[in-house]
Design a protein around this ligand. Sequence first.
Ligand SMILES: *[C@@H]1O[C@H](CO)[C@@H](O)[C@H](O)[C@H]1NC(C)=O
Ligand SMILES: *[C@@H]1O[C@H](CO)[C@@H](O)[C@H](O)[C@H]1NC(C)=O
Ligand SMILES: *[C@@H]1O[C@H](CO)[C@@H](O)[C@H](O)[C@H]1NC(C)=O
Length: 387
Amino acid sequence: METGSLIAALFILLSAVLSSCVCTIDGLQIDPLVYEEQLLWVSGASGHVNTYRIPLITFTPKGSLLAFAEGRKSSSADVGAKFIAVRRSTDKGDTWSPTSFIINDGMNPDGLNLGSVVVDEEVGSVILIYSMCFHLYHCGPASTMMVESTDDGLSWSSPRNLSVQLGVQAFAPGPGFGIQKRHEPGKGRLVVCGHGTIEGDGVFCILSDDHGENWYYGAMMKSIPYNQKKKPQDFNPDECQPVEMPDGSILINVRNQNNYHCRCRIVMRSLDGGLTLPIDELFFDEMLVDPAVAAGMLQKNGVLYFTNPSNEQNRVNLTLRWSLTNGSSWENNAVQIWAGQSGYSSITSLDTGSVEDQKFIFIIYEKGHKDYDETISFVKVHLYGGL
Ligand SMILES: *[C@@H]1O[C@H](CO)[C@@H](O)[C@H](O)[C@H]1NC(C)=O
Ligand SMILES: *[C@@H]1O[C@H](CO)[C@@H](O)[C@H](O)[C@H]1NC(C)=O
Ligand SMILES: *[C@@H]1O[C@H](CO)[C@@H](O)[C@H](O)[C@H]1NC(C)=O
């Protein structure tokens, strides 16, 4: 063999080895360690807010972290008037700005509900999508709203009403993050998935191919019976979290509202960039036991991470799991983040190219002693046991 073709052969061999590995740093084993934890919001502690709920967290294109929550003004109920509260960290979660309220829905009887945050890395913007009047409680119609920041989360546009393009059917994004496709198919597309009305439930994704200017409905997986009152054990896919896998498919982890088939998570997959959700790709992940709640998921360097209150009946036992097999199995040594009351959670990570950023993921979740809506907590997790 000539030297040239030998080098070529070695190169092919090397790339084969590299592309088949789960690319963690230097062969270190994943061994998550809660590195630091702090409460970002405490319900009842501020004069204007009764309860903080529905935490979201995202990276920004400049390497900051943004945390969001609903500030529910007068009760803990899903309906009622609210703020969107935001805090920002420019030092990888060590310190956080004071809370700013970026949206105030006034006295709306069925105000805003969060929501999905999606980062457009191609133009450097952060987009937040939320609903108004989702429950049609003394108001109507429902609207899907969007605000955008082009300065790393410091300031936000005034709200835009996406229902002008999408129509006024109820759509509750997330809660969690939307994605921008990094791979084909649909590279660059924004994909925000959520669920429909109480009766017309199911998973629906809205898509934008022009950085959030125009939105249209893509994939859907409707509940059964659709648009009819549900019974226990009906098929009722609800709140959901999409992630892009290394092969360009979109995996969506879904709340199984009526415990169809199991008290565990529903998993769906789109192979065409969020246009369809084939039924053949759907499965129930019996490992991910769940009390019907919004859960967190993240794909980082070929490893899939998942957080939920890991209990069939109650929102307790916030647990972090990880999968080295694209979600077809989970490692046995799950890490308990909080044994007590715990509700919704969301995960993010930074990827500014530094080795440091490969070591951490960031979790935000509802945490309490008597009730899970007492506080919203931020956790910085070292993936390699602090090494
Ligand atoms: C949003 O637009 C829809 C469709 O035009 C309209 O019916 C709805 O009232 C608007 N919502 C808000 C909050 O302005
Ligand atoms: C907490 O989660 C772990 C992992 O799923 C499980 O083994 C354990 O039984 C759970 N504990 C409670 C009290 O739910
Ligand atoms: C996970 O997906 C990647 C990308 O498609 C693939 O290279 C890898 O072999 C998969 N891993 C497993 C264990 O299936």
